[in-house]
Design a binder for this molecule. Structure first.
Ligand code: AMP
Length: 290
């Protein structure tokens, strides 16, 4: 009997500089971009699979963007795992990996940046000042360097996805933005590069986030007030867990503007949560139809 074989895919072309990237162009057909900060996991694989389904060639960028980290955040300790990331990209059939260093992306001071407006000042913007601006600026640079036809972002970072959609609309960028549903581990925790920071006890506490969202979703027929109180009840218990869950925010917001929905809101909404477990900050959300 012969063993079944899986045909190994060709390894992606790895590009480190702008010059190498320019040499690759023009590629035939439709090009998709999947921007990432590396430490690739099943969530990133979901984006790549979606991209492969809708484009002729897939570029994954891997760049830990200093501009989107605050001074006391985890930029220095953020996981950097290029070798295993390249193996994931090969398995997923990625054509090109763009993995620039900081000097390539920021050769001088970044004087001109992309300002997200009001929707970048709430929630993530309030707790991480400069985050949305840092994201929009690096995504604009990646769009200009790679010139994709279509770009894929996770709904896991719902506010980020919304400000990127808004940027492409307001700045007339000729790029289709596609949101991809959140990938979760079997226990409900949304996969994230930051999950490697969590010890076993912390991970148990962290499950309160997805449990709270689920409780909110289960209460969706009761409207905004019922949804928020169901989710809040779960988080309230988690505040006394060991280690405790320290909540930055829990909100039910409009999916486009990220402002709070009214108590009588009907239609689309997103229940968003951000919280600390130990030294790790986690975010999660669930889209709801009320
Ligand atoms: P990151 O490397 O964390 O900056 O994420 C790169 C892209 O992957 C972003 O568009 C994220 O929203 C997306 N992403 C991260 N985690 C997940 C997940 N669990 N499910 C779906 N998309 C994700």
């Amino acid at each position: 009997m012969t063993e079944p074989t899986t045909s190994p895919r060709t390894a992606p072309v790895v590009v480190r500089t702008r010059e190498e990237l320019a040499e690759l162009r023009p590629s035939a057909g439709r090009t998709a971009l999947v921007p990432t900060m590396g430490a690739l996991h099943s969530g990133h694989r979901g984006l790549i699979a979606a991209a492969r389904g809708r484009a002729d060639s897939v570029v994954v960028s891997i760049f830990v963007n200093p501009l989107q980290f605050g001074p006391n955040e985890d930029y220095d300790r953020y996981p950097r795992t290029l070798d295993s990331d390249l193996a994931v990209c090969a398995e997923e059939g990625v054509d090109v990996v763009f993995a620039p260093d900081v000097e390539t992306m920021y050769p001088g001071p970044q004087t001109v940046t992309v300002h997200p407006g009001e929707m970048g000042a709430v929630l993530e913007g309030e707790f991480r000042p400069g985050f949305c601006e840092g994201v929009l600026t690096v995504v604009s640079k990646l769009f200009n360097l790679i010139r994709p036809d279509i770009a894929f972002f996770g709904q896991k970072d719902a506010q980020q996805l919304a400000v990127i959609r808004r940027m492409t609309r307001d700045l007339c960028m000729p790029i289709t933005i596609v949101g991809v549903p959140t990938v979760r581990d079997a226990d409900g925790l949304a996969t994230s590069s930051r999950n490697v920071y969590l010890g076993p006890q912390e991970r148990r506490s962290a499950l309160a986030l997805s449990r709270a969202l689920l409780a909110g979703a289960d209460a969706s027929v009761t409207g905004p007030v019922g949804i928020l109180s169901a989710a809040r009840a779960v988080l309230k218990e988690a505040v006394t867990a060991t280690p405790p869950v320290v909540v930055d925010y829990l909100a039910l917001v409009d999916p486009e503007t990220f402002t709070d929905v009214s108590a009588d809101h009907r239609g689309e909404a997103v229940l968003v949560v951000a919280a600390w477990v130990g030294e790790t900050r986690l975010i999660d959300n669930v889209p709801l139809t009320l």
